[in-house]
Design a protein around this ligand. Structure first.
Ligand code: SF4
Length: 242
């Protein structure tokens, strides 16, 4: 009988055969601006093991695990929008909690959609991720951009692509080097924010509001009779009709 090994592969008659994984994904959207260069497909994954959690995290609705979906099914959903996108952003939650599954997703996406620039957010530092195990190390080798570090609402919110200015943008691949000048520029315009209709009277805010923008956002959602949906851990960025 085949037995899984630490790196998520099965040994079969001397050949290494990748096992299909299920990923805990919370949905995707396109086009998303502000979470990486250009208009991107953004996929959110559920589950965050960071301890302590980042104060004022805007994604608390994604802390708890949920339903898992076969990696291939998620990759198939992303295939068409990725044709028109500047790349794929994977956010959470904490994507590196599912490093094996995210790694497999990246590989399947590359095989289905071609040359896709992949950006991943993590609340952990690159130095921490480099030592947590083989799947995380491999994932770092296969993605183009990592935005790392905990979200700190007091650290400022002027730099592009970061949730807060303490976070760092690492250009990990040769092709990501084209973003070097842009990656450290401030984002002077308002941060791009979108409201995604999840169906059933639920809405998700896409993007990370600045401090002043959070109040504006709240009053705009009040006007359309929406309130933040309570989660097990407080109030996240999902909204629902009153
Ligand atoms: S910002 Fe990310 S890493 Fe930090 S608590 Fe929220 S989901 Fe977890």
């Amino acid at each position: 009988m085949n037995r899984p090994t630490d790196n998520g592969h099965a040994k079969n008659l001397g050949r290494v055969v990748p096992l299909p994984f299920d990923i805990d994904a919370a949905g995707w959207a396109f086009p998303v601006e502000g979470l990486g260069p250009g208009a991107r497909v953004c996929l959110w994954v559920r589950g965050c093991s960071r301890s302590p959690r980042c104060p004022k995290c805007v994604s608390s609705e994604l802390w708890a695990p949920g339903r898992r979906t076969p990696v291939r099914e998620v990759a198939e959903q992303l295939r068409a929008p990725l044709r028109a996108a500047a790349g794929l952003t994977i956010s959470g939650g904490e994507p590196f909690d599912q490093a094996r599954e995210v790694l497999q997703l990246v590989r399947v996406v590359q095989s289905l959609a071609g040359d896709v620039e992949v950006l991943v957010y993590s609340g952990y530092l690159l130095e921490e991720l480099s030592t947590v195990g083989e799947p995380a190390r491999r994932l770092l080798q296969e993605i183009d951009i990592l935005v790392d570090g905990p979200y700190d609402a007091d650290a400022g919110d002027r730099l592009r692509w970061r949730g807060s200015d303490n976070q760092r943008v690492h250009l990990l691949s040769a092709r990501a080097e084209r973003h070097r000048t842009e990656s450290d520029k401030p984002w002077d315009e308002p941060r791009p924010l979108r409201v995604q209709d999840l169906g059933g009277g639920e809405f998700r805010i896409i993007g990370i509001p600045r401090r002043g923008e959070a109040a504006q956002l709240q009053s705009a959602m009040n006007r359309v009779d929406c309130q933040r949906k309570p989660t097990a851990h407080g109030k996240g960025e999902s909204w629902q009709k009153r």
